[in-house]
Design a protein. Structure first.
Length: 149
């Protein structure tokens, strides 16, 4: 049972981290525009670009993953996700920032899908819906505006 709790925590955390990575740009648009000396609309386009890439690539990658071992695929995706976020953090040009966001979008959707698949596999039948909803909740909570000023 302890293993299920740890695995559940990891899957919920993955959902939260993926969501946070996607939505964080919206909260720091002004700061990014100032840092890279570009217009707010250019930074806002990062959100649009992310959504378009996410929507187009996720179903394609889901089909391509097919019969591959999901554990290996998940580790590869999380590695690419980590690299893309490091690129985002260290970006010294708007082009690098844009490239890192595209790379992030490529892997984010399929990673969420695999996390939900793992949730369905690891949970006992009576807890499956609960765990899947928590993985989605981690993703959803990341979009909440926590501005407490």
């Amino acid at each position: 049972m302890k293993s299920l709790k740890v695995q559940s925590f990891i899957l919920i955390s993955i959902g939260f981290i993926l969501g946070m990575s996607e939505f964080i740009i919206v909260g720091i648009i002004n700061d990014l525009a100032d840092s890279f000396d570009v217009g707010i609309s250019n930074v806002g386009f990062l959100v649009t670009m992310f959504a378009i890439v996410y929507a187009i690539v996720t179903p394609i990658l889901t089909i391509l993953v097919g019969e591959h071992r999901l554990k290996r695929v998940m580790l590869l995706l999380l590695s690419v996700f980590t690299v893309s976020n490091v690129m985002t953090a260290l970006a010294n040009s708007f082009f690098i920032l844009s490239l890192s966001r595209v790379l992030n979008a490529v892997v984010a959707g399929i990673t969420v899908s695999i996390a939900i698949t793992f949730a369905a596999v690891i949970a006992p039948r009576d807890k499956r819906a609960w765990l899947i909803s928590w993985v989605f909740s981690g993703y959803s909570v990341a979009s909440v505006d926590w501005d407490l000023d």
